[in-house]
Design a binder for this molecule. Structure first.
Ligand SMILES: Cc1cc2nc3c(=O)[nH]c(=O)nc-3n(C[C@H](O)[C@H](O)[C@H](O)COP(=O)(O)OP(=O)(O)OC[C@H]3O[C@@H](n4cnc5c(N)ncnc54)[C@H](O)[C@@H]3O)c2cc1C
Length: 421
């Protein structure tokens, strides 16, 4: 069958969900030998498939562009996603932090449920086939579109389709399928893109000292941007010192914004707090109390009661307080150390890159798409879903929620009658 009603590029969560909702002859292409390889790896193999909230709760975590998601998410919010999977025989459960996982704790069960449902809906799943070009021709008069998609060139020949859903994912973890070729297909067809950068990745710092403390985790830590005009809100949660710099939830959450800023400058300043709830004034008050009660003891030994010993020693050295008894430390030295504990400057020069990023920031510009259908405004018959679209959320099931909801909407959107045929 080389003619289909709907041709879906990408057998990931967005493409497979779309294939569960299309009508007519549907073909799904995936460039790998099996579909949904990335979905299989999500949540450490357990698949954090959504978050226990409503549509607004999901949008609230996607930043200023989130309003675009409203039609998709109102039609398929987390509760509907869970009900959809339950209908496919997959029970889900909410963990205490609100993240939703399959009761079986197996991402493979999510993949299997989607593949089975797509096939039950009549979809023809073709793996090992890469889409290489969207075939677009000038559109007839009428409507807003200037072009029309008529098929897709693939490594296995030309496939004609009345409609195409581009669900080829982003660019992160290319070994799991999405290698940025969805962006290349969109760009070659004439769509505008926001430059894709890695998101949800560890950070590489100019300073090398975190590398000497790799493995230390500050459970109650915090991290914030220190950039003029950007939100300076402290993101709290475990901060992990790594061979290259920083990781852990706050670092991952800031990575997309940092990567985007690194497109226009060599480094992005951030500030680390080793105990987020403590201000510099709190630390200083503690040091003053030590001065009264334990004057003869070395500052780094006292600090080792509050922070991991190696970090305490490094911070004292960075602040000019190495090997000093607390009673002998000057006020200025204690102030410097307090500032270092509460709000230490570091400079990010890179993220850990595509190989380690869990998401992509950037992609097909939202201005190209109609949020009510996810149809391309300028190319009739072309729809976009999932991570190929310029939207990215934090860890916690948010990105898969968008993949499922947008996949469904793109499919349902394909059912809309063509007005100007
Ligand atoms: C390690 C890891 C863990 C993650 N854990 C979670 C989690 O627990 N919860 C969460 O919400 N999110 C998680 N994410 C993010 C989530 O996996 C993605 O946001 C989601 O998979 C995007 O879905 P998608 O269908 O748009 O793209 P993808 O899942 O990337 O699927 C796209 C598919 O298209 C195929 N493809 C690409 N180009 C072509 C082409 N030219 N021709 C044919 N086929 C093509 C690929 O092979 C791939 O199978 C994780 C990501 C990673 C890397």
């Amino acid at each position: 069958m080389n003619n289909s009603d709907t041709l879906i590029i990408g057998g990931g969560p967005a493409g497979l969900t779309a294939a569960c909702f299309t009508r007519g002859r549907t073909v799904v292409l995936d460039r790998l030998s099996a579909p949904a390889r990335k979905l299989l790896a999500t949540g450490g193999g357990r698949c954090n498939l959504t978050y226990d909230t409503d549509a607004a709760g999901i949008m609230g975590r996607f930043g200023p562009q989130a309003r675009f998601m409203a039609p998709a998410l109102h039609a398929f919010p987390p509760a509907a996603i869970r009900a959809f999977f339950l209908g496919l025989g997959l029970e889900t459960a909410v963990e205490p932090d609100g993240c939703v996982f399959p009761v079986s704790q197996k991402a493979a069960d999510v993949v299997q449920a989607l593949v089975r449902a797509a096939r039950a809906n009549g979809a023809d799943l073709r793996c090992g086939v890469r889409a290489t070009r969207l075939v677009v021709e000038p559109a007839g008069a009428g409507g807003g579109a200037t072009a029309r998609v008529i098929g897709v060139e693939t490594t296995h020949g030309l496939l004609h389709a009345r409609r195409v859903i581009l669900a080829a994912g982003g660019q992160s973890y290319p070994s799991l399928g999405s290698d940025g070729s969805g962006f290349a297909l969109a760009r070659a067809a004439g769509l505008a893109l926001t430059t894709p950068v890695p998101a949800l990745a560890g950070l590489v710092t100019r300073e090398s000292w975190p590398g000497t403390l790799a493995g230390i985790v500050l459970e109650q830590g915090g991290l914030r941007l220190d950039v003029k005009g950007a939100s300076k809100r402290l993101l709290t949660g475990p901060v992990l010192l790594t061979h290259k710099g920083l990781s852990g939830p706050p670092a991952l959450a800031l990575a997309g914004e940092i990567a985007a800023r690194l497109l226009t400058g060599p480094e992005v300043p951030v500030r680390v707090s080793f105990i987020a709830a403590r201000s510099a004034a709190d630390w200083l008050a503690l040091f003053e109390a030590w001065r009264q009660q334990h004057g003869g003891r070395a500052l780094h030994n006292l600090l080792a009661g509050e922070l991991p010993r190696a970090l305490a020693t490094a911070l004292c050295a960075l602040s000019g307080a190495a090997e000093i008894a607390v009673a002998r430390a000057k006020r200025g030295t204690l102030e410097t150390l307090a500032a270092s504990c509460a709000d230490l400057p570091l400079h990010c020069v890179a993220t850990e890159g595509w190989e380690r990023a869990m998401a992509t920031r950037g992609g097909v510009a939202l201005s190209e798409l109609d949020p009510k259908t996810l149809a391309c405004r300028r190319i009739e018959g072309l729809f976009c879903a999932g991570e190929v679209v310029d939207l990215d959320g934090p860890c916690g099931g948010y990105n898969l929620t968008w993949a499922f909801a947008s996949g469904r909407l793109a499919a349902v959107g394909t059912e809309k009658p063509q007005i100007d045929e």
